[in-house]
Design a protein around this ligand. Structure first.
Ligand code: ATP
Ligand code: MG
Length: 427
């Protein structure tokens, strides 16, 4: 016997029993982005490695150790996209989307990071990403956060998450702060771990992003970036807070929230939960006014967020007993060759006449009992039973499989009416 081949660690099949949850989340997302006037953009999964190095930052977890990078046959270094913002910016510049116009864009799809697989952390995972270009005020930041709040509410997760916000200021205001932070962290050098020691010199703000619990207290007592903001960033942040207050959105200001990518400035935010163990962030974003220019475009303000679909799905499963499977409305039990030919065409007619009807036809014959067993297992609500007699009389026997109800004999017209009602009642 051949040995079987297995999937790559951290890259999961999403099986039929799970896809109902995914379709539900995806549908909620499609309605959400439409409600805010965002347009979909579809981008490649592979890009030049340089794109991510230049945007995400050399001294970040992603670029230092998480990218799937390989040489193309012609020697170019390529990378499976670890996130979507850089790709979206590359696509926007290349296609002239940012030229004197506002763009509100969204995308959904797989991302790849070579991390240690665990609950809520995978090597292939999926994100919904939303980005707005050409707007620099706190109003769009507020709208973006309201949008994420609406998403979490629509998924029934809002009461299990907390919104954390912070401002990173401009690159200039960060420079002065960086020195203070460096001095503070240097004074605690002996308590830092290996990663943090290295980053102390290359990018000390990254130390604030450390997930090492041993560093929690040192980070909490560090000088606050918020206390060193430039005037413009301060006003921007205050206005954002006022918008959120007015909209009734609860939040906490977390001064050590810096996000894992270098391109952010001013507003950053994360929605966190304690329902997913160590992987607490379900949705995160912020402003990145410098990125378009950094990647070769004209200076363009930008703000966006990304949410991990695996974490949303896992949270829904954790906090709700919801069932998103869509069983067939009816199963066609067909006895004998004539009934099989008749049933095939009848099912087509029913699908023509009743939008949304889900019909499962018994294929491959089998006895009455065996067919009913399959009908039951399919989860169908009705069995449509057709034998030689029913074909001759052009009728169908309808049996309710989940309710105590009399079996009824229907003409085709009566069947269409009955099934239409049933589909309306069980969408
Ligand atoms: P974390 O702090 O959990 O590593 P991150 O800051 O690296 O997250 P982002 O790059 O901001 O994450 O990505 C946005 C969202 O994508 C995260 O909030 C999370 O929901 C999801 N996400 C990120 N990495 C993974 C992963 N490896 N597996 C599953 N979901 C992920
Ligand atoms: Mg990460």
């Amino acid at each position: 016997m051949q040995t079987s081949i297995q999937a790559i660690r951290g890259m999961n099949d999403i099986l039929p029993a799970q896809t109902g949850y995914w379709q539900h989340v995806e549908e909620v997302i499609r309605r959400l982005v439409a409600a805010y006037g965002y347009q979909e953009i579809r981008m490649p999964i592979v890009e030049k490695t340089e794109l991510f190095k230049r945007s995400i930052g050399e001294v970040t977890d992603i670029v230092e150790k998480e990218m799937y990078t390989f040489d193309d046959r012609n020697g170019d270094s390529l990378t499976l996209r670890p996130e979507g913002t850089a790709v979206c910016v590359r696509a926007g510049i290349e296609n002239g989307l940012f030229y004197n116009q506002v763009q509100r864009l969204w995308y959904m799809g797989p991302m790849f990071r070579h991390e240690r697989p665990q609950r809520g952390r995978y090597r292939q995972f999926h994100q919904i990403g939303v980005e707005a270009f050409g707007l620099d005020g706190p109003d769009i930041d507020a709208e973006m956060i309201l949008m994420t709040a609406r998403l979490l509410k629509a998924l029934g997760l809002y009461e299990y998450v907390e919104l954390q916000i912070n401002s990173l200021g401009t690159a200039e205001s960060r420079k002065a702060y960086r020195q203070r932070l460096f001095d503070y962290l240097s004074a605690h050098r002996e308590a830092l771990d290996e990663d943090s020691l290295r980053r102390l010199h290359t990018n000390p703000l990254r130390v604030l992003d450390s997930k090492n619990p041993a560093l929690k207290e040192i980070i909490a007592a560090a000088p606050r970036l918020l206390d060193h903001l430039d005037a413009d960033s301060r006003t921007h942040f205050e206005k954002l807070c006022r918008y959120l207050d007015a909209a009734g959105i609860r939040y906490v200001v977390n001064s050590s929230l810096v996000r894992g990518l270098d391109y952010y400035c001013k507003t950053v935010f994360e929605w966190v939960t304690d329902k997913l163990g160590a992987q607490g962030t379900v949705c995160a974003g912020g402003r990145y006014d410098g990125l378009v220019e950094q990647l070769g475009g004209k200076p363009t303000s930008a703000v966006g967020f990304a949410a991990g679909l695996e974490r949303l799905v896992e949270m829904i499963k954790e906090v709700h007993a919801a069932d998103f499977s869509l069983p067939p409305h009816a199963y066609l039990v067909l006895m004998g060759e004539r009934a099989e030919a008749y049933g095939l065409l009848l099912a087509e007619r029913l699908r023509d006449q009743i939008p949304g009807a889900r019909l499962l036809m018994n294929c491959g014959g089998g006895g009455f009992k065996a067919q009913f067993k399959k009908a039951d297992k399919s989860g169908a609500g009705l069995a449509l039973i057709i034998g030689e007699d029913e074909v001759a009389q052009e009728v169908v026997a309808v049996k309710h499989l989940r309710e105590e109800k009399e079996q009824v004999m229907c003409s085709q017209e009566a069947l269409i009416a009955l099934l239409r009602d049933y589909v309306l009642g069980n969408p």
